[in-house]
Design a protein around this ligand. Sequence first.
Ligand code: SF4
Ligand code: SF4
Length: 454
Amino acid sequence: MPEPDISFRDRPINMNEKGGRKWIYAKKPKGKWYRRRTVFSWFVLLFFIAVPFIRVNGHPFVLLDIASRKFILFGAIFWAQDTFILALLMLSFVLFIVLFTVTFGRLWCGWACPQTIFLEMVFRKIEYLIEGDFRKRYKLDSGPWTSEKVLKKVSKHAIFIAISIAMTNTFLLWFIGTEKWFILISEPIRDNFSGFIVMLIVSGFFYWVYSFFREQICTMVCPYGRMQGVLLDSKSIVVSYDYFRGEPRGGKTDGDCIDCRQCISVCPTGIDIRNGTQLECINCTACIDQCDIVMKNIGKDPGLIRFDSDHGIKHGHNSIWNARNRAYSVVLLVLFSFFIYTLLSRPDIETTILRTPGLLYQENADNTISNVYNIKIVNKTHENMPLEIHLISQEGLIKMAGSSMDVKDQAMFESMFILFISRDLLKSDNTEVEFGIYSNGELIETYKTSFVSP
Ligand code: SF4
Ligand code: SF4
């Protein structure tokens, strides 16, 4: 019996013996899974492009304003002070990814990851259109520089550069919002030269990734792909080759696999799925479609490669639910419920009052002691809030810098005030004081801090 070929374990498939890059010329996929994936990718692209333009009650639906440390997610505003709530959201998201991966493997990578969507559904389609399918592309690349080759390469790369710039600007919209973006592009470049250079660098990075680096992001860089080794188990449903049905392969035997290697020719990461689940498999389903075409041509049932688990292939039946993903689901439910509870119960404003650094106290002629405070109030609502501050723990007088404490919607108010307390009311050199923040006469938040005196 011949020894099985396990040379695929020696090095990544897109690497030659000398460690150099082996370019993958993937055949254009076709079939029902590819059609489904194409339609799904339109929705993902529409989501990516349209979301920054969606406004709810005049406010962005999503905005990741890192510079102002303000995040709007699905209409809810989060400030730096909401780190705990954001951490709960992030934890829930990570757990959801874990649960999803345990159950469906790397489905996210093939179907929803921006890297795959842009590479396979945008850049690769333009390449097919200009340079043709895999054989024509291979011939073009290995042939001499004719005028046709120059024309094709120049037009392809010009379009790639234009799309990379458009992608960068769309990403920018998620981070700065449409208003700032329109201002940026309508102003002369010299007024935002550093921003322009950053935009060019990011566009250049995208162009390099989608033109040259390509599938190596999924096979060598992305940490999520590596996590699969610990997340997948025999019941995870992934793109699988039915080795019971397919082997022994070769066409002249009982196995259904005729060893035509068509499943490898369509694979964007160049692997042979018959070697089992591999890190490089992004679950794009191109090999399912291709093998189904082969099966149809030789008069066999489709599904030699299909979505299934190792358990399903061995025992002929499958279940999405197992002890692991049930446990993850319970934890996710608890965590997400806690996130919703903290989100709904968080106050409309967030106040921070701290004694001004470097200043202690002042003894005044009217027998009072005064302390200077910095005050910061974040308005997390979509309404302007007229606010007032009063000392509620004892008698005292507040003198605020500036005349009003009107805080605009989703804005931050920062100021200073002086608190005067009569010397007779102070029992120690460090007294706890409590402030009340009122809006339209209603107490909406309290804040405790210290008052120092001789
Ligand atoms: S396409 Fe199907 S029949 Fe052909 S090599 Fe792959 S698994 Fe075997
Ligand atoms: S093995 Fe199949 S599903 Fe996995 S990346 Fe290759 S073509 Fe896509």
